[in-house]
Design a protein around this ligand. Structure first.
Ligand SMILES: [Zn+2]
Ligand SMILES: [Zn+2]
Ligand SMILES: [Zn+2]
Length: 216
């Protein structure tokens, strides 16, 4: 067990050292000082050539952060030097060129569990924790759809649920055959409108109370 812990700690310190060196080369500041000066601007995916290009169009990224390849799209480079970063975070870094830096999500998540960082640079540790929290939330949005009732991103995308209602309602808002009405929050039996070709989101009371009054 201890050996495993040591391995994790070593990996974390390696991430920190690599990031520090990368930032020092680029900014001339000590790694932790440079990290403290960064503010999280955006969370993006660069899995396709279009996503890659849109990041280049939207942000001024320093050359050191971009990987170019002769034959195909190749992604970005984390400021720590690791290549092929698709799951990334853009940070504002105020230099004279107003460039933005890219750091991979993995590196931030690794730093967020690096205890030494907490001992040595508590303000930085708190900041990194906040960034890790942003990554967690944004990743949830990428992999999940919103539950139609509570609006939480908890319904898995591209997943074959056995019950059709689970494709729209989360576990909390679905109970056997019953689903939560999106207006009043009461559970009612799941129904599907074949006419509109979509699930009925409201209970009959809510649905009919909103329909226009019938002509007299
Ligand atoms: Zn990295
Ligand atoms: Zn829900
Ligand atoms: Zn209702």
């Amino acid at each position: 067990m201890e050996e495993v812990c040591q391995k994790v700690a070593a990996a974390n310190s390696r991430t920190y050292v690599r990031l520090s060196n990368g930032l020092r080369n680029l900014t001339g500041m000590e790694g932790y000082e440079a990290l403290l000066k960064l503010s999280h601007k955006s969370f993006r995916y660069a899995r396709t050539e279009e996503e890659h290009q849109s990041i280049i169009d939207d942000f001024n990224i320093p050359e050191e952060n971009i990987v170019y390849c002769a034959d195909a799209f190749d992604g970005f480079k984390c400021i720590c030097g690791k290549k092929h970063i698709y799951h990334l975070n853009i940070f504002e870094w105020q230099n004279e060129n107003e460039e933005n830096l890219i750091i991979g999500s993995k590196c931030i998540q690794t730093l967020a569990v690096y205890d030494k960082l907490n001992e040595e640079y508590p303000d930085l540790y708190n900041k990194v924790k906040e960034w890790a929290e942003i990554i967690k939330e944004e990743t949830k949005k990428l992999n999940n759809n919103k539950c139609v009732s509570c609006n939480d991103y908890t319904v898995r995308k591209n997943y074959e649920y056995r019950q059709p209602q689970r494709k729209h309602w989360c576990k909390k808002c679905c109970y056997g055959d019953f689903v939560k009405c999106i207006s009043c929050g009461k559970f009612r039996k799941y129904g599907y409108s074949h006419y509109h070709n979509k699930p009925l989101l409201e209970c009959p009371q809510c649905y009919f109370s909103q329909s226009p009054p019938s002509p007299s």
